[in-house]
Design a protein around this ligand. Sequence first.
Ligand code: EPU
Length: 439
Amino acid sequence: MAADRHTYRITGGVPLHGTVEASGAKNAVTKELVATLLTGEPCVLHGVPRILEVDLVLGMLTELGTQVSWLGEHTVRVHTPEVTSTSLSSMYSGVNRIPILMMGPLLHRRGETVVPLPGGCTIGKRPIDFHLRGLAQMGADIVDRPGSVKVSADRLTGAHVHLPFPSVGATENLLLAAVLAKGTTVISNAAVEPEIVDLVLMLQKMGALITIDTDRTLTVSGVDELRGVEHHTVADRIEIASFAAAAVATDGRIEVRGARQDHLITFLNVLRHVGGEFNETEHGLEFFRARPLTATDVETGVHPGFMTDWQQPMTVLLTQATGTSVVHETIYEDRFGYAQQLSDSMGAGIELTTRCLGAAACRWHNRDYQHTAKITGPTPLKAADLVIPDLRAGFGYVLAALVADGTSTISGTRYLERGYEEPVAKLTAVGANITTQPA
Ligand code: EPU
């Protein structure tokens, strides 16, 4: 992955006050860009965040024959009259999890594809067995190659695919394959995150027939053709929760325009348990501290549970709460790697354990993964030099630096900027003492 553009210097201890605009969700828009490959007609997406991950996906699409033009700061027109290549160049090997989602669209357009195996953040093993098994059930012929898979199919056909776990990526992959398949596809135990629902809304506007049942079942009746679409991407509930945690952790008040309560229900409950509060405003939600912070227990889970991507800012917030909190990570086996620097360099009271200390034993029970954190607070955090290990940990470190006494430097900012749009400008707008220096 590319080098950092700059490092951040953050002087903490300043309560953050003001308004920020929520960006479009990285984890919706990148899939929606892939969905545009399903039609030869032009598509226009609004609310597209200007982040490195979007640049990467647009680069991939361009290699496949997509014409890309920006119509405004956050509006992009993508048009793939013909798919001119069935594979991506090696520069896209291992960079993120998007190429594997192109399998369905490329099979429909060209009957075969070679896609690089995914990369992404180092937060667990992240296999793609559900994706491949589902596509095989739909009639795809899959051949493993070193670092890639070759997939071919005359025409994908509907199947009943039961996911062993409600995987976001596998659900999206199968949706993108099923919309133009022959017959009906049923995906049971599917993920139903708001970003997936947003993809479904876009596909429905394109002409797809998809139903979402209350029991995590998606039923897709394949159609012969999809048309162009104009779609506004859903706001990023990870970014929104990050700024909410920053408001509460610094004892400030931040309005996030575009924040939607219905996408944050579980987060808002936990925030309130800790001592945070929110008000609905004309344009979104504002977040603030309502009382002294107290410890609480959190367990990450699939939607509508507490997102694994909310875990890092919440963990940092809990270092400022009185008492012992437990954060049980049940989605990824290795998503607490970042905690070590918080404890060793900043003085946070975080202890990791391989035990499941949540309400129920999770998939990582009795396996040697440190997936539960015991956080004892409040601890004053000391300024430190931090190196970001992955995207979501990145905002956790920024938040820790905003709370800490003194000036911290943060490198590895390329990870953060993959997923957060203009974090420095947005934090500056709410009064953070943050500057950048060339890396
Ligand atoms: N899993 C399998 N086999 C599979 C697929 C998934 O075992 O074939 C397991 C994973 O190893 C993991 C669990 O299922 O333990 C859930 O993984 P999921 O497939 O839901 O995650 P993903 O699609 O790879 C997306 C987001 C992540 C986010 C998760 C969970 C994108 C590009 N990534 O990953 O976002 O944490 O869903 O909501 O949408 C991020 O934005 O920083 C990020 C990591």
